[in-house]
Design a protein around this ligand. Sequence first.
Ligand SMILES: *Cc1c(COP(=O)(O)O)cnc(C)c1O
Ligand code: SF4
Length: 338
Amino acid sequence: MVRGGADSAQEPELEDDWHAALAAAIRDHTTLLHHLRLDAVLTTSSDAAREFPLRVPWSYVKRMQVGDPHDPLLRQVLPVDEELQITPRFTKDPVADGNARVAQGLLQKYQGRGLLIATGTCAVHCRYCFRRHYPYQEEPKTLADWEPALAHIEHDRTLREVILSGGDPLLLTDQRLEELITRVQQISHVTRLRIHTRLPIVLPNRVTDELLEILRRTRLTPIMVVHANHANELVDDAAGALQSLVRQGITTLNQSVLLRRVNDSVSSQRDLCERLVDLGVLPYYLHQLDPVAGASHFEVPLSLGREIVRELQTRLPGYAVPRYVRELPGQPQKTPLL
Ligand SMILES: *Cc1c(COP(=O)(O)O)cnc(C)c1O
Ligand code: SF4
């Protein structure tokens, strides 16, 4: 196919402003498949998309291989019929978040750490997401809504670390984020602020100077945990965003999910880990897929996962090998699988 005016109109120059980039994210499969020259090759599932819509920013799409129906980035975001399979073990709340909810918007499963659902939305919809059925609309939307959670953190002096999660907490505006951080840092027993976010990977221009400044200003020690699953995600603007965090001196870790036909090989995992380390980001966790309804086609057998990680241990420096874990409801920590 020839690149013509109509096509280039479909692929806007990446927006400088992250709000604009978010607003321009692709939400219909026709645009996505046409851009990738896959309209004749791939179909999407409108039933799957109705349950959990397609959503993907252009920055991420630009890192997909045009013409490749098996692209590992595309596979993470395209709604497919396999999601409609009913698999008994795969349920709506596989990690029992419901039981860990200690206040509106606050989950506490592990000692010393409280996890705040800072917002319900994400810039990308990952098809394997374990929170794809989470009742986000019940979670706080304004600073006042977080007060019960903050009061709980204030009263529990064992809590040293507050984890901002979601959804994606970096979808909060800088102003809202700073308000929340200011409120958290008033709690004297809290020393660390962890941010679980996929935005440096999928919407890299979210890593603004102002954001870095907010993280520099807080008395809390910031720790950024990003989420990339494949080395192809770690190029161009995403690589730049990670380097900005690292150069600012922020401890930056990555968690990934072991996904069938995305990253279920030694070479794919090795490339991911090496690329991360070369950017100054340490591989933290490799998660066994949580058995969430609609994601069973992404499952990799434990035996294969163990084989891959054992092989990584022989090929990579110790710090470059993530901990292979899974989350079992009711356990006091993520359960090591090796
Ligand atoms: C994973 C998780 C944490 C953080 O666990 P770490 O092992 O410290 O990374 C905290 N709270 C909840 C609810 C979690 O799911
Ligand atoms: S960014 Fe994280 S929370 Fe959001 S859909 Fe993807 S995996 Fe789920």
